[in-house]
Design a protein around this ligand. Structure first.
Ligand code: G1P
Ligand code: ZN
Length: 542
């Protein structure tokens, strides 16, 4: 073991989900080393314990893992579990941390951000419950990166073969290369009615899953095809590539265009789904029909009784603040609590650990449950397939029936990417400056009830998170929300979230952009977003 002198690197503050930077930045020694040592210095006593390591297979995944393995040994871990070829989807990593009672895990991913030598890389630390480290720990990691003076690694650097399942060692530390899929697949089989899904897939029902050349390919092939009998052409773009095929593996209507073309085409299958770079996001489509992630969460909750694992009831629901209130209405009808948390999966961890909630979701194509402590793309796909197998209706009829019963929350998110940071801050400040005048005024033909900067006190550990989004809340339940992204690697991204509620069945068939047009106009008016960004339309609309 050697101690290498170092000095702090710029820009090591973890964002919404870990540290994300250009590959070129991570490649500059000691950028990664400093961050990994700062993690090890912030997480408590792990001597003799197990660490889980894996990533989404993007460019630099392999090299990063070798650096981490050498440092983990030098720092005193007794054992590391690594996915074969360095591959672990984010939910699979969470599953493995929990199943093998590891001390924690390092997950290498920049989620849906593009990959390749000139694109993005990322790393985050997950704690022993399998979930992203809470702010207390990420803040401590950041503090360490600011003062770090040395890191520990092995005297001569070892290169571990990750291509075969098996055991090896570096110094006193044992390395177990494990099957990336098996433990996760077992967990899925324990939650869902695989027989019912198998029958559905053996009928004339057709599905298409798009792995977007990212990590879910091998998982989808084993679970959907080998275990559940889906046809050979049911999984597309199934081979993970280190540059994700040059694409942007974000499962939304803009970036998953191949799948969208199929699902809106003449011979569309009954069900379509996609997942992102690291496998934690999901998009759900029916024939010529898109299910918003907010509606999807509400629907999963309303239909949880169809699923073996949730048959006896769920304990509660949590959604991120910008996610629509559709799930709240289901929670209310089931007599359950619904929690509203800041953006980012880490805020759900405490609620799940305390069994206050079973299902969680975010408008950003994230849904999951207490089976792991990450959102889970394939889990959501299997949940939907299980519902479809039980209800024997189309996706569209299940969703429209849901709206008839609970009302429809029209919802959209407009992203303005690559904005100058000053301009982005000013957009939010413009709205903040009008909090007083807006309150109780009329805007978009509605009465404004209140305006605030969303802040959250964790009900379990009482930690407070401030400035989590600028909100204009209306008396009729409509909302306009502005937030700055915490996951981008270049410039700032403004997210504008819009929501209105429609209880009248006759008016539930509108296009969401039309239904929200007056709120969109009002949002531009109060923020001066167009002038400040010089953009006349959003980069992405979902
Ligand atoms: C985005 C999403 C957020 C999600 C995160 C990680 O963060 O909005 O819901 O948890 O990615 O997948 P943002 O860029 O908005 O900070
Ligand atoms: Zn992701």
């Amino acid at each position: 073991m050697i101690t290498v002198n170092t000095k702090p690197c710029e820009g090591q503050k973890p964002g919404t989900s870990g540290l994300r930077k250009k590959v070129k930045v991570f490649q500059q020694t000691p950028y990664l080393e400093n961050f990994v040592q700062s993690v090890f210095d912030s997480i408590g006593d792990f001597q003799g314990k197990t660490l889980v390591v894996g990533g989404d297979g993007r460019f630099f995944n392999d090299q990063a893992i070798q650096i981490i393995l050498n440092m983990a040994s030098a720092n005193g871990f007794a054992r590391v579990l690594v996915g074969k070829d360095g591959i672990l989807s984010t939910p699979a990593a969470s599953c493995i941390i929990r199943k093998y009672k590891a001390f924690g895990g390092l997950i290498l991913s920049a989620s849906h951000n593009p990959a390749g030598p000139d694109e993005d890389f990322g790393i985050k630390y997950n704690i022993g419950n399998g979930g992203p480290a809470p702010e207390k720990i990420t803040d401590a990691i950041y503090e360490c990166t600011q003062t770090i003076q040395s890191y520990k690694t092995m005297t001569s650097s070892h290169n571990v073969d990750l291509t075969d399942i098996g055991t090896s060692s570096i110094g006193d530390m044992r390395i177990e290369v494990i099957d990336s899929v098996a433990d996760y697949a077992d967990l899925m089989e324990s939650l869902f009615d695989f027989d019912a899904i198998r029958q559905l897939l053996a009928s004339d029902f057709r599905m298409c899953f798009d792995a977007m050349h990212a990590v879910t390919g091998p998982y989808a092939k084993v679970i959907l095809q080998d275990m559940l009998g889906a046809s050979g052409d049911s999984v597309m773009n199934a081979t993970p590539l280190s540059d994700f095929g040059g694409g942007h593996p974000d499962p939304n209507l803009t970036y998953a265009k191949d799948l969208v073309a199929i699902m809106y085409g003449d011979d569309a299958p009954d069900f379509g789904a996609a997942s992102d770079g690291d496998g934690d996001r999901n998009m759900i489509l029916g024939k010529h029909f898109f299910v918003t992630p907010s509606d999807s969460l509400a629907l999963l909750a309303a239909n949880a009784h169809c699923i073996p694992a949730y048959q006896s009831g769920i304990s509660g629901i949590a959604r991120s603040m910008p996610t629509s209130g559709a799930a709240d209405r289901v929670a209310q009808s089931l007599g359950l609590d619904c929690y509203e948390t800041p953006t980012g999966w880490k805020f759900f961890g405490n609620l799940m650990d305390a069994d206050k909630v079973t299902l969680c979701g975010e408008e950003s194509f994230g849904t999951g449950s207490n089976h792991v402590r990450e959102k889970d793309g394939l889990w959501a796909v299997l949940f939907w397939l299980n519902i479809l197998a039980v209800r024997k209706q189309s996706v569209e009829s299940i969703v429209t029936e849901h709206w008839q019963k609970f009302g429809r929350n029209y919802y959209s998110r407009h992203d303005y990417e690559g904005v100058a940071t000053d301009a982005a801050e000013q957009v939010l400040q413009n709205v903040r400056d009008q909090f007083e005048t807006l309150t109780a005024s009329t805007l978009a033909n509605r009465q404004v009830q209140s305006c605030d900067d969303f802040s959250y006190t964790d009900p379990i550990d009482q930690s407070v998170s401030q400035n989590q989004g600028v909100r204009v809340l209306f008396e009729d339940g409509s909302r306009i929300i502005f937030r700055l992204s915490g996951t981008g690697t270049q410039g700032a991204t403004i997210r504008l979230y819009l929501e209105s509620f429609e209880g009248d069945v006759e008016k539930q068939g509108m296009d969401a952009q039309d239904a929200l047009a007056d709120l969109i106009a009002a949002a531009h008016d109060i923020s001066k977003l167009g002038d400040l960004t010089d953009m006349d339309k959003p980069t992405v609309i979902t």
